[in-house]
Design a protein around this ligand. Structure first.
Ligand SMILES: [Zn+2]
Length: 461
């Protein structure tokens, strides 16, 4: 279910969450604690993941409030330790100029400082002393102590526009560009790594050969795909299969559950989300009879809205909307209706009615998700979704914030502003439109600056 930012029920839920935390004497449950809560609650993230995997379908889930309060209870033995750490964190770490930095002896030559992601077209000179091929994967892992910046891949679409250039200064290929794949290991648009020991390699290569960077997570492909979409026209009405269907029918590893954070949109923009048919038979009949107006459910959107879209959900992003999409790494789409449009080639795009009918959930189920947030020095961390395949957060950075042990590996997309990631005294600047991964080999890092970011991690490990 979507939650708009000023939805009163959301505010109510949030106050309940805060109430629980206050009761436990831990009112400012900081990000570090939240991460620790994941680990401590089930002892390991794997435990938490097992819990997520075993979760029943969205409607039957226990409420997020209960989930969250349980996690807080489970970690109670460590609360004092957390509070101590939290106090330490509120004293910002001093930033030093390179000349002031203490020398950290390294076993290997220093890693080349990261590029700012503005270097999409840069002919950055590689540090010849570090070539991946010279080291075993273990050695590369030992020295991999920096964010992995990625070069976005652009996709021209019938419904695309120019906002990816206007909002993010991306070098888009045409005025009909619909998608920037910011974090992708998918074969249809694998990102190139812009810095560090694996510079020039793809994220898919890093996944295949350096799984330590991803906490040894299992899976044939990098599990998530993060895109920014710009729809100058509405997308086709579509639906995606789940994992089982994707494997059995399409011979692909993953189905597609996705979620959207609305970055910006025109006044009055709307999406299609769900349908009004009471069962599969009625859904099939209404599709056959092209009863689109009575079948499709339309919802107005505004910036900051968030939608969780499980596989099987009928949906379409309407015209004039820019969203950040976090999804399973899949490119399987079944088109139900395309508004009878013709493409640049004068042809209508293919529809996939039989498969759509098979995979569509009927009646439609609104997922129950709740937004809540925690605040620590310099960072407001809003939870958008903690679901079976991924967890997604909106981070509002204003100042300096220490992130203790990150999730095994963390995906970051910068929507606004700029700042830097500080790791062991090294600064890695980032700006609006950048996408990077903090690998599992980074123990802790500091964020500094003023920026709005969408942050996620896989729940598959
Ligand atoms: Zn979709």
């Amino acid at each position: 279910m979507f939650r708009s930012q000023d939805d009163p029920s959301w505010l109510f839920c949030m106050s309940r969450v805060l109430g629980v935390e206050t009761m436990l004497g831990n009112r400012h449950l900081a990000l570090g604690n939240r991460v620790a809560a994941f680990g401590n609650g089930a002892r390991t993230l794997g435990g938490r993941r097992a819990e997520l995997k075993n979760r029943v379908p969205p409607r039957e889930q226990s409420s997020g409030v209960r989930e969250r309060s349980r996690r807080v209870e489970e970690q109670s033995p460590d609360v004092r330790e957390q509070t101590r750490r939290e106090k330490e964190q509120t004293h910002p770490v001093k930033t030093q100029s390179p000349a002031q930095r203490p020398h950290h002896p390294r076993q290997t030559p220093p890693i080349h400082p990261t590029l700012s992601a503005k270097s999409y077209t840069s002919t950055h000179k590689k540090n010849d002393t570090i070539k991946t091929g010279k080291y075993s994967s273990r050695e590369v892992t030992n020295v991999y102590n920096e964010p992995i910046f990625l070069q976005p891949e652009f996709k021209e679409r019938l419904w695309g526009g120019t906002k990816l250039r206007e909002l993010f200064h991306y070098p888009i290929p045409s005025d009909q560009t619909g998608e920037a794949w910011g974090i992708s290991g998918h074969a249809n648009g694998p990102n190139k790594i812009l810095n560090g020991p694996l510079e020039g390699k793809t994220l898919a290569y890093a996944w295949d050969t350096h799984r330590q960077l991803f906490a040894e997570e299992e899976g044939e492909e990098f599990p998530l795909l993060v895109k920014i979409l710009d729809s100058s026209k509405t997308l086709s009405v579509q639906v995606h299969p789940d994992d089982t269907y994707a494997r059995e029918i399409e011979n692909q590893n993953y189905g597609k559950t996705e979620c959207w954070y609305v970055i910006d949109c025109e006044e009055g923009s709307e999406i299609i989300f769900g349908h009004h048919a009471r069962d599969k038979q009625e859904f099939a009949a209404m599709v056959e009879n092209e009863e689109w107006e009575s079948l499709l459910r339309r919802i107005k959107v505004k910036p900051g809205d968030f939608f969780y879209v499980p596989s099987g959900t009928i949906h379409a992003i309407g015209a004039g909307i820019q969203i950040l999409e976090t999804q399973q790494s899949s490119d399987i789409t079944y088109r139900v209706y395309d508004f009878d449009r013709v493409g640049n080639d004068g042809e209508k795009r293919e529809l996939h009615l039989d498969k759509s009918k098979e995979v569509t959930t009927a009646p439609h189920i609104d997922p129950e998700i709740e937004r809540s947030y925690t605040i620590q020095a310099g960072l407001k961390n809003e939870t958008l979704a903690e679901e079976m395949y991924f967890s997604v957060y909106h981070w509002d950075l204003d100042g300096s914030s220490q992130v203790l042990k990150p999730d095994p590996y963390t995906l970051v997309s910068v929507l606004k502003g700029q700042g830097e990631v500080l790791i062991d005294g090294q600064s890695y600047p980032f700006t609006k439109g950048d996408h990077f991964i903090i690998p599992a080999t980074v123990e802790a890092y500091q964020l500094k600056g003023k920026a709005s970011m969408i942050v996620s991690h896989s729940n598959k490990a």
